[in-house]
Design a binder for this molecule. Structure first.
Ligand code: UDX
Length: 430
């Protein structure tokens, strides 16, 4: 199948390279000339495990090409995936202007039948606008179909998730569209759920919001455990063993971040308001996520007394491990709160340090965790990079001004740290 992917970001580039690996012929389009030049030079514009090899394979096998022109994709491909960003506005409403812009450009280039596929995360009923735009801006006799095919890719495991999805969700309106989508995903061993377009659009927001809800529930439990003296890690382990609940995304910490959960929850709340539904349970999840960061700052304060003027060593700035992405990172939010309290920050992150430095010029980026700890009043571990649980903590204790460690992801060896004489602070761990 000849496929066009419009938007070569975290979703689009993985999708394009994944389709090429499946044997399809793919053209990936992005308006960002620099990004396309980077790709044409054989490099990838962002860190994602396995992606560079996949892109390389696609280009070497001449199954994956790049362009800045949408018209190239419309001419070349029978199926066009819209994978552009839908960032959050102040109101929480997703900004769909890029989707409209791309749809308009597709409409103006249409001359033969094309299947247009919404892969960007869009609120339900966006499909109606896409069809309307295609109809009013294309030549009358041109025929097209629309499909909705939301992505469930996690950053840091997006390539794996592309080839091993729990399910593929496809919203279609015609048998022709259904058959094309069946062929595209033919070699992926996962159930395909075919629905109408609105249901497919809604599944994405409903899934991500539920995952965010689950995380906030675990974070609420951490605050209860803090108050009653129970260990939340054991509580969520016990709860997660119920096969109806499951342990995934039930782990407490400083909160969820990233380019999806905060945005998707805000979009879903906005959508609910727009159709007259007060989505109380989801509002509570968003509020709990904000509260968890404030709760974390107060916990840190308990370990060091006055914050003003103190140097804090921060390990982890990415919103989660295995990515360089700091978008909506709770780690960065807490660093900002500490800076506002008058702290000095020495920080280390294996992948996201430069992105964080660009966003927060006043922090000092260190080459390794030990350099960050040098002369600091406390060590704050805010992203659960696995290597942070295996540090030489005796060495850390010697170079810290105070033997205080805050475990923002409840994953450090609590007993070992206490045996070394650390004041170990976490979220709901006795
Ligand atoms: C998420 C969804 O998982 C994915 O299906 C969707 O397509 C995009 O959004 P992603 O944001 O990349 O993926 O990462 P994810 O691994 O889900 O984690 C999101 C945030 O939740 C991170 O900040 C992570 O630290 C936090 N988290 C995750 C928790 O706090 N506790 C958990 O148990 C799991």
């Amino acid at each position: 199948m000849k496929i066009g992917v419009i938007g070569a970001g975290h979703v689009g580039l993985v999708t394009a390279a994944g389709f090429a690996h499946l044997g399809h012929s793919v053209i990936a389009v992005d308006e960002d000339q620099t990004k396309i030049e980077t790709l044409l030079s054989g490099k990838t514009p962002f860190f994602e495990p396995g992606l560079a090899d996949l892109v390389c394979e696609g280009t070497e096998k001449k199954r994956l090409t790049f362009s800045t022109l949408i018209s190239d994709a419309v001419t070349f491909a029978e199926v066009l995936f819209i994978c552009v960003g839908t960032p959050q506005r102040e109101s929480g409403e997703p900004d769909l202007s890029a989707v409209e812009k791309v749809t308009s450009e597709i409409a103006r280039s249409l001359s033969d039948y094309r299947l247009i596929v919404e892969k960007s995360t869009v609120p339900v009923m966006t499909g109606e606008w896409v069809k309307y735009t295609l109809k009013v801006l294309s030549d009358k006799e041109v025929s097209f179909d629309l499909a909705a095919n939301p992505e469930f890719l996690r950053e840091g495991s997006a390539v794996y998730d592309f080839f091993h999805p729990d399910r593929i969700v496809v919203g279609v309106e015609t048998e022709r569209a259904r058959k094309i989508m069946e062929e595209i995903y033919h070699d992926i061993p996962a159930p395909i759920l075919f629905t109408d377009i609105k249901s497919a659009e809604l599944i994405k927001h409903a899934s991500n919001s539920f995952l965010a809800l689950k995380i906030s529930y675990a974070n609420a439990l951490s605050q209860l455990c803090e108050r009653v003296g129970a260990d939340v890690n054991l509580v969520v382990e016990g709860v997660g063993l119920d096969s109806r609940i499951g342990k995934a995304h039930l782990f407490p910490g400083i909160g969820y971040g990233g380019s999806c959960f905060p945005k998707d929850v805000a979009a879903f709340l906005h959508l609910a308001r727009s159709v007259g539904y007060d989505f109380k349970i989801l509002k509570a999840a968003a509020e709990t996520n904000e509260e968890q960061k404030r709760f974390s700052l107060e916990k840190i304060r308990k370990g060091v007394w006055n914050l003003k003027g103190k140097t804090m060593a921060v390990l982890g700035l990415a919103f989660k491990p295995d990515t360089d992405d700091i978008r909506e990172s709770p780690s960065v939010e807490i660093v900002k709160m500490l800076l506002a309290e008058g702290c000095f920050i020495r920080a280390y992150d294996p992948a996201a340090a430069q992105n964080a430095k660009d966003a927060l010029p006043e922090i000092t980026i260190c080459a390794d965790p030990y350099q960050a700890a040098k002369g600091a009043s406390a060590l704050l571990v805010l992203t659960d990079w696995p290597q942070f649980a295996k540090l030489d903590f005796e060495r850390i204790k010697d170079i810290l001004l105070m033997p205080v460690i805050f475990d923002g992801r409840n994953f450090l060896p609590k007993e070992h740290l206490r045996s070394l004489g650390f004041t170990y602070l976490a979220l709901g761990r006795t």
